[in-house]
Ligand binder design. Structure first.
Ligand code: GLC
Ligand code: MG
Ligand code: CA
Length: 610
């Protein structure tokens, strides 16, 4: 895992890996002496841009208003054009779609609205032809209550009795005929996390919706089944998994608590009722230390799979919203490897509208500071669970933030549509389908919880249904701003978010970006700078004013930048153009302006990338 730092002293040829690790771009490299080797190639996942496809909303091929696998396959070239190295598909498995596919009813088959197994095989084939890896969304914490596993468990079929977390209820001291849930645990979507099963005469646990029953990870049979599922999809050609909802994988063991599930402590804040998320502190229901060993077992499993079957690295990427130390343990601990990387949600959870340059620097350095030596960083701007960048922060920051994730070391993760600066769509209460909004909210409050606005269909063009579907009616409404914000238009315009994005993603494949030192600092309250440096190659520097008003900084303040420098790419908010020369002196930046500068190499005072 540890990589030695590469410093070039000689006349060498640097090889930059391009998407998929199949092709190699050879870059002539001027040096001062003979003999130095090119930088060691990094694994495909270490520097790739991972593009998240939300299958329901990417492309509908059969006109039913719902995206599908043939639709995705027909648009994979877009990922290549956007510079992606891999696609991550949100769940495509059979599901009653209570939680948009995160309620899987058959882990071994494709959801019928999305297509057939052959469509999946075709998708993988085409992706691999294009040099793209394919990652699937693996949802181990729970299964749909419509799954055979759950039905068998509810019926106490031999071998499945303990597949889920079942518990007897508690006697109600106030009402003899009433049975109370086993503990005060609250579901992520509100209400008790326990649901009564008449059939079984017990409660089952659901940390998410009532229709998503939590597997019992203390059962060896469950753990074994998870490996079978992973093996099945790896055999089908998947290159790895994004693994869902890990902090909730395990709950307290009744054996440690006198035979019952212990109550979570109360948070004590009066505004929360017992049925609301936040009422309790999830001591016994989240971040249990035991769950990490399961993740490490999965890493061992995919590593062994690769050894036995050959081919490139199969990766596991973990999803969990938790504090930095629990997050970092997903990378591995005590000599065991874990996730190739856990998703870094700092830009989502730690930045609020009006954030300053120091806020942003702090957010970046937090990850790089806590990350274990030799591990690979990653930068996530958005996903299907959160408001889009332009809506959550500001439209003017779209290019600068895309530049930031492109310039930082490690992998970047792009949610579909962020390359166009798409905004949240408007979805009325009547049109709302998100289970979180429907369970936690009502007609007045649903917008606080709804994830639907970030899930509206992709904007391929300005036509009806944005080129997403031939159907005027789509599963979620197409956002009306698709006439202004769409891929076709952005490809035609001389300057657009998409063109900026393309330039940035091409840039990040260069050795300076994949292997170079980094400096991340704030020049003022408003302006952030990221320098990337790998002597004797040119350095690349991002200068980004995150504020809503202009800022004047001085080029002297930027360590390791040799002037004059040339503007390589600019945000749309900039009046400068690629090729402009930046000379020593004051540098005025417009609100939201981001510049990537190319300069010749100078001694670097940056942090070495391991
Ligand atoms: C993850 C998914 C989210 C889903 C939840 C339960 O957080 O990203 O969409 O609702 O897990 O599976
Ligand atoms: Mg369809
Ligand atoms: Ca669980």
């Amino acid at each position: 895992m540890m990589k030695s730092v590469y410093i070039a002293f000689g006349v060498v040829v640097g090889a930059a890996m391009v998407a998929g690790g199949v092709a190699w771009a050879i870059i002539a490299w001027r040096g001062s002496g003979p003999g130095a080797p090119p930088p060691p190639p990094r694994g495909w996942w270490e520097t790739a841009d991972l593009y998240q496809i939300y299958p329901r909303s990417f492309k509908d091929s059969d006109g039913d208003g719902v995206g599908d696998l043939p639709g995705i396959t027909s648009k994979l070239e877009h990922l290549v054009e956007a510079g992606a190295g891999a696609a991550w598909l949100s769940p495509v498995f059979q599901s009653p779609m209570v939680d948009a596919g995160y309620d899987v009813s058959d882990f071994y088959s494709i959801h019928e609205e999305y297509g057939k197994m052959e469509d999946f095989e075709q998708l993988v084939r085409r992706a691999h032809e294009l040099g793209l890896k394919v990652l699937l969304d693996f949802v181990p914490n729970h299964a749909s209550t419509e799954s055979q596993y759950f039905k068998d468990s509810e019926d106490r079929v031999e071998g499945f009795e303990d597949f889920f977390v079942w518990a007897d209820g508690l006697h109600d001291p106030e009402n003899e005929s009433n049975i109370l849930p086993p503990s005060n645990w609250v579901s992520q979507f509100g209400g008790s996390a326990w649901q009564w099963s008449e059939k079984r005469g017990q409660f089952y646990l659901h940390q998410f919706s009532v229709q998503q029953a939590d597997f019992n990870f203390r059962s060896p049979a469950v753990r074994d089944e998870m490996l079978q599922i992973m093996r099945f999809w790896l055999d089908k050609g998947a290159d790895g998994f994004r693994i869902d909802g890990l902090p909730y994988l395990m709950e307290a063991n009744p054996a440690d608590h006198g035979g019952r599930y212990p109550d979570d402590p109360l948070c004590g804040r009066k505004e929360f009722g017992p049925n609301q998320l936040g009422y309790t502190v999830p001591l016994y229901t989240k971040d249990l230390i035991e769950l990490y060993d399961i993740v490490y077992d999965w890493r061992e499993f995919v590593d062994n799979y690769q050894r036995e079957n050959g081919g490139d690295t199969r990766v596991i990427l973990t999803e969990g919203y938790t504090n930095i130390s629990m997050t970092m343990q997903y990378y591995g601990y005590g000599g065991r490897l874990g996730a190739h990387f856990p998703f870094n949600f700092g830009f989502i959870t730690d930045l609020t509208r009006g954030f300053s340059a120091p806020d942003l620097v702090y957010c970046v350095l937090k990850w790089l500071t806590y990350m274990p030596r030799g591990a690979v960083a990653n930068w996530v701007l958005g996903n299907h669970d959160n408001s889009r960048v332009a809506s959550r922060l500001r439209p003017a920051l779209v290019d600068g933030l895309n530049a930031l994730t492109a310039l930082l070391p490690g992998a970047s993760v792009t949610y579909q549509g962020e390359e166009l600066g798409m905004r949240d769509g408007r979805v009325s209460w009547r049109q709302t389908v998100d289970v979180e909004a429907c369970s936690r909210g009502n007609e007045q409050t649903y917008q606080l919880y709804s994830r639907d606005p970030a899930r509206t269909p992709f904007h391929w063009d300005g036509g009806p249904s944005a080129g997403f579907s031939s159907n005027a009616s789509t599963w979620l409404p197409v956002a009306s701003d698709h006439r202004e914000i769409n891929l076709e238009r952005q490809k035609k315009e001389p300057r657009s978010h998409f063109k900026v994005f393309q330039a940035l993603k091409a840039l990040r494949k260069r050795p300076t970006l994949t292997h170079g030192d980094y400096i991340v600092e704030a020049l003022s309250d408003k302006t952030l700078v990221v320098v990337r440096h790998l002597a004797p190659l040119d350095s690349f520097t991002l200068v980004f004013n995150v504020a809503g008003s202009s800022d004047t900084v001085h080029t002297d303040w930027i360590r390791s930048l040799k002037l004059p420098a040339t503007v390589y790419v600019t945000s749309l908010s900039s009046k400068r153009n690629a090729g402009d020369v930046i000379s020593p002196g004051p540098l005025e930046l417009q609100a939201g302006e981001a510049l990537v500068l190319q300069a010749s190499s100078l001694v670097s005072y940056g942090h070495k990338l391991s």
